[in-house]
Design a protein. Structure first.
Length: 164
């Protein structure tokens, strides 16, 4: 009986923790702390900026592409990843392995050449649950002067299913 009560209590607490998530919409002033004091020298673009899902079998796919570009000079990327916006703040979702930059964006040894666009054409969100929310992709690098710089861009993933 004690084990069953403990199990039910844990299940209840688990459900409450999900019920308390408030996704909301970030303002332009909401920026993760690690990016706040860095100069923005990497352009980041998502297409489409507002991303509606499609359903394939039992999964939802938010299909989009992400592009990065440096106009001022070559950049060595030292960190990149994604944040999710909920409970009125950006929360780190994941920092990626730097080799993923080469594999997904086509850089070589994490170097972005000046004026060269790098595109991850299948940067898709996949989930078995249909829900929208805001994400922010970020990139931190070292520019040709040795300064630490960044670039970031938000993307809105909706719950507006395209193929009902």
């Amino acid at each position: 009986m004690k084990t069953k009560t403990t199990y039910l209590l844990l299940l209840f607490l688990f459900q409450i923790s999900f019920a308390q998530v408030e996704y909301g919409t970030p303002s332009n002033k909401d920026i993760p702390e690690k990016l706040q004091n860095l100069d923005i020298e990497i352009e980041v673009k998502h297409f489409p900026k507002e991303n509606d899902p499609i359903k394939i079998k039992d999964k939802y796919y938010w299909k989009h592409a992400t592009a990065i570009l440096s106009k001022k000079g070559d950049v060595k990327i030292i960190e990149f990843g994604a944040y999710l916006f909920y409970n009125n703040t950006w929360n780190l979702r994941k920092s990626y392995n730097l080799k993923d930059l080469d594999n997904n964006f086509g850089t070589k040894k994490q170097i972005m050449l000046q004026g060269e666009p790098y595109v991850w054409s299948k940067n898709w969100r996949i989930d078995n649950r249909l829900f929208g929310g805001w994400a922010m992709w970020y990139f931190i690098g070292i520019n040709h002067n040795g300064d630490t710089i960044c670039g970031y861009e938000t993307i809105n993933t909706t719950s507006n299913l395209l193929n009902k």
